[in-house]
Unconditional design. Structure first.
Lengths: 263, 254
């Protein structure tokens, strides 16, 4: 079979073809660039952490957050995003605005290199706390707050304090007829989210003072030292909202379905 | 001859860099496009120009189809694990008992194997408040997925390249689809007073009525039914005064 040959061009024809191809390439790239820009949503400033609808923006990184099995945790100055299906936990420092660490596990809390995570029981780094915590907060290296079951086979739970060195000597801090959804300590005040399984009413307990609130407490966090709580969208809450807790719980009104996690 | 060609190209590149780049691009495009008219040309030679034209169109459509199928199937099939599954079926052996399990009449190991919960991450505990908050209903078992230790150490995973879940005790299996579409295996112990439930399988490897023992492969982890991603929902029920009661599976795991 005869070899296929390209058409023979003289110098001028060749130059016209080269310029033509070059122009076509530039046009294509130009149109592609314009279309790409048009489709790119307006980006949130890269110093912010915002959950808008299901889009979670953490500085320059964007994730999808639809709730379980993913989790958002907060332990100032750390913002912690848990991707349950992978499993992967990504930790950011709000002060340095940097990704601090990625851990290939589901963790319950992180603070200054220390982690709390679940196996058969809950562990603080390599120390077995002797209880299974549904959620936890590292108050200090000698005190881990743990929301755990009162009885293995029932939903009722309670808040206990465990010293990792003496886990058997845990102390009961709080117990109620409601289930406890989350715990945090901000400015030495203890914050606990609660929900009643029967009535579906929501409560927030601040240093043992319990008040009824409109939305379930999914996460308690702080912005510039002031307490806030977030209600993520879920079966009991159709819209994600957040509240300032400076005096009384005050809903932060936004035009969008939005929760802000930093200033 | 080859040396001459290289020298010619180098000279071209030096004297006319823009032209060299554009020429190279044209050659690449031409080399990619040629197979299509070439097929048409061959057919045209033997069967006439009309069939040749049709052959070109068919060839082009076929190549475009294969290209798009390859691109889109990768995008859509990767998350489902299908591609991994196809490649993993070569050389797998799932007939044997997982040797990491000790024979037991009580569910003292987790379905992934290993000691205690060393192979697993718990994404939702028994009666987990976060689960209740999310879905408005109680979580009747534990949701578990394999962790990095499992992928590094599990012989089952090394051999099969699939996340296989195993029976945790001896008994009789039954398989069914639960009310929410989850592929399910249930194992009843020989006394009829304890049963374990494994939900969300992608692929079930046992059949109803089969006798199983601890370590018998039951199926591959999946996300069928009420699931937001691949995981195993593992549940234990015990018969107490003729009533089935849910218990926390973690309390059984040694």
């Amino acid at each position: 079979m005869k070899d296929i040959e390209l058409n023979k061009f003289d110098t001028n024809q060749r130059r016209v073809l080269q310029i033509g191809v070059g122009v076509a390439l530039v046009l294509f790239l130009g149109v592609f660039f314009l279309l790409s820009r048009k489709n790119t949503p307006i980006t949130i400033q890269n110093n912010e952490i915002v959950l808008e609808d299901t889009k979670l923006q953490v500085f320059n990184d964007t994730y999808e957050f639809k709730g379980y099995p993913d989790k958002i945790l907060f332990h100032y100055p750390y913002f912690i995003f848990v991707q349950g299906n992978k499993p992967l936990t990504i930790i950011y420092n709000l002060e340095t605005r940097e990704k601090v660490k990625e851990i290939q596990d589901v963790i319950l809390d992180y603070y200054d290199g220390n982690i709390v995570y679940n196996r058969k029981e809950t562990f603080y780094n390599d120390k077995n706390l002797g209880e299974f915590c549904d959620s936890a907060f590292i108050k200090s290296s000698s005190e881990i707050l743990c929301i755990t079951k009162q009885s293995q086979n029932y939903a009722d739970n309670r808040l206990i304090s465990i010293n990792p060195e003496t886990p058997n000597l845990w102390k009961r801090l709080y117990q109620s007829d409601n289930i406890l959804t989350t715990v945090s300590v901000i400015n030495d005040d203890l914050y606990i989210g609660e929900i009643n399984l029967e009535t579906k009413k929501n409560y927030l307990t601040i240093s043992e003072n319990t008040m009824e609130i409109d939305s379930p407490v999914s996460l308690i966090y702080e912005i510039t030292g002031k307490p806030y709580f977030a209600s993520f969208r879920n079966a009991l809450n159709p819209q994600q909202i957040y509240y300032s807790l400076e005096d009384q719980p005050q809903r932060i009104t936004t035009d969008k379905d939005q929760i802000r996690f930093n200033k | 001859m080859k040396a001459l060609s290289v020298a010619k190209n180098l000279r071209h590149a030096k004297n006319d860099p823009f032209g060299f780049i554009v020429d190279s691009l044209i050659k690449i495009v031409v080399n990619l496009i040629i197979p299509i008219p070439l097929a048409g040309d061959v057919v045209a030679k033997f069967k006439g120009p009309i069939l040749g034209f049709i052959a070109s169109i068919v060839m082009m459509t076929l190549m475009l189809f294969v290209t798009f199928v390859a691109i889109f199937s990768t995008i859509f099939l990767s998350p489902t694990g299908f591609i991994k599954y196809v490649s993993a079926t070569v050389g797998e052996n799932l007939n044997g008992i997982n040797e990491e399990f000790a024979e037991s009449t009580v569910p003292s190991q987790n379905p992934f194997g290993g000691s205690g919960m060393s192979y697993t991450s718990v994404t939702a505990g028994f009666m987990d408040p976060a689960y209740f908050l999310q879905f408005g209903k109680n979580h009747t078992g534990i949701d578990i997925i394999p962790n990095s230790t499992y992928y590094a150490q599990s012989n089952s995973y090394k051999e099969n390249n699939r996340v296989i879940m195993n029976a945790t005790h001896s008994g009789t299996a039954s398989t069914y689809v639960d009310g929410e579409g989850g592929e399910t295996v249930e194992i009843m112990n020989d006394n009829g007073d304890l049963k374990t439930k494994y939900i969300h399988f992608k692929d079930i490897l046992t059949t109803s009525g089969s006798k199983v023992q601890a370590g018998t492969p039951l199926g591959e982890m999946g996300s069928t039914g009420f699931a937001t991603g691949e995981h195993l929902h593992y549940e234990i029920q015990i018969k107490d005064s003729n009533v089935w009661k849910l218990v926390n599976p973690l309390s059984y795991i040694k």
